[in-house]
Design a protein around this ligand. Structure first.
Ligand SMILES: [Zn+2]
Length: 345
């Protein structure tokens, strides 16, 4: 009987898929990102938890109907109705996929360390605990998750498809694993959200980090990574009024950037060790501005990409292969000491 019911439920699913067309959320769990890639924006806006929560009652309803009435057509109609009910607000997808990486977590990966980049013999801690707010009391991983979740909502409103490397503070994710989330999702860009710390509580302001032109792993991603970093840092500072004190730190010491197969950037939004800046960033009203600043920078990056594509593509191709051989193989030679920053991924 159980087998029969499972079989029946499966056939109903097939029928409803045929009638409902593509882009519906029959699949949950690890295929969510793939389904979301093919789905409408409104559906993509539904988080994984919501998808699972929503999908479950539909399944039960189908089984109940099939069991009680034995009428597969009626059950199918009900299923279809239930599963399209969340599609009311349609947002035009813009075709871009953004992977947001909220830095750190309260739990560290069990394996401790991992290669600094693909094939590297140099190892670095798989994750770091990050800084914390000396006035707000927030941990960096809490602040950056708040901002990242709001950023996801904002980007989805703008038509982006968004994936996050973590959605809670209890999941350990190594830097290489974070980069793999972007790769697996087919993301166009990898945007890593952090806040800074310093032994000097006077130090304040934002900075951006990206790989160097001589990166040993993906030097071809330098130009786009640098453009992404400039665009986000500039619009972020413009919108929030936070000063661009750190500029762009080009470094190959960030393993998540080295492992990334798409243009990657780290935004250090401000200093949590500066009491005033910490309090400012912890305020939800200000986080709206922070999110807008980052989202504007992402818009600007894709506008720049579109301009580049519309221009001379040949130039872009030949430029992207240029690199400085002198820096290759010396991944962690740079220092952020000059700015007083403890920036880490
Ligand atoms: Zn950090």
């Amino acid at each position: 009987m159980k087998k029969h019911m499972a079989c029946m439920a499966a056939s109903l699913l097939v029928i409803s898929m045929l009638l409902g067309g593509c882009g519906r959320k029959e699949t949950v769990g690890e295929d969510t990102a793939v389904v979301a890639a093919e789905s409408t924006q409104a559906q993509a806006a539904v988080s994984m938890e919501e998808t699972e929560a929503e999908a479950e009652p539909v399944k039960e309803q189908t089984e109940d109907k099939a069991d009680a009435s034995g009428d597969p057509v009626k059950a199918k109609e009900d299923t279809q109705e239930a599963s399209v009910s969340g599609d009311a607000e349609k947002i035009q997808p813009n075709g871009h996929i953004v992977c947001i990486d909220p830095g750190h977590s309260s739990v560290m990966p069990s394996f401790g360390s991992e290669p600094l980049g693909p094939g590297s013999g140099e190892y670095k801690a798989a994750d770091a605990s990050g800084t914390h707010g000396n006035a707000s009391g927030l941990a960096e991983y809490e602040l950056v998750l708040q901002v990242s979740l709001a950023l996801r909502t904002e980007l989805e409103k703008r038509g982006y498809e968004v994936v996050l490397t973590r959605e809670d503070n209890e999941t350990p994710v190594s830097c290489a694993e974070r980069a793999a989330v972007a790769t697996d999702a087919g993301a166009d860009i990898f945007v890593r959200i952090h806040a800074n710390g310093s032994g000097n509580t006077e130090v304040s302001g934002a900075m951006g980090l990206c790989i160097t032109p001589g990166n040993a792993f993906h030097p071809e991603l330098y130009k786009d990574s640098r453009m992404l970093t400039d665009d986000i840092l500039n619009t972020y500072c413009e919108v929030t009024g936070i000063k661009n004190t750190g500029g762009v730190w080009e470094t190959d010491s960030m393993s998540g950037n080295n492992w990334s197969t798409v243009p990657a950037t780290i935004l250090e939004m401000g200093y949590m060790t500066n009491p005033a800046e910490d309090q400012w960033m912890a305020d939800e009203k200000n986080q709206v501005q922070m999110v807008k600043g980052i989202a504007d920078g992402i818009d600007l990056y894709f506008a720049h990409q579109a301009e580049k594509e519309a221009g001379d593509e040949k130039d872009a191709d030949s430029e992207s292969s240029s690199q400085d051989p002198g820096e290759a193989g010396e991944p962690s030679s740079e220092s952020s000491e000059a700015s007083g920053s403890e920036a880490d991924e």
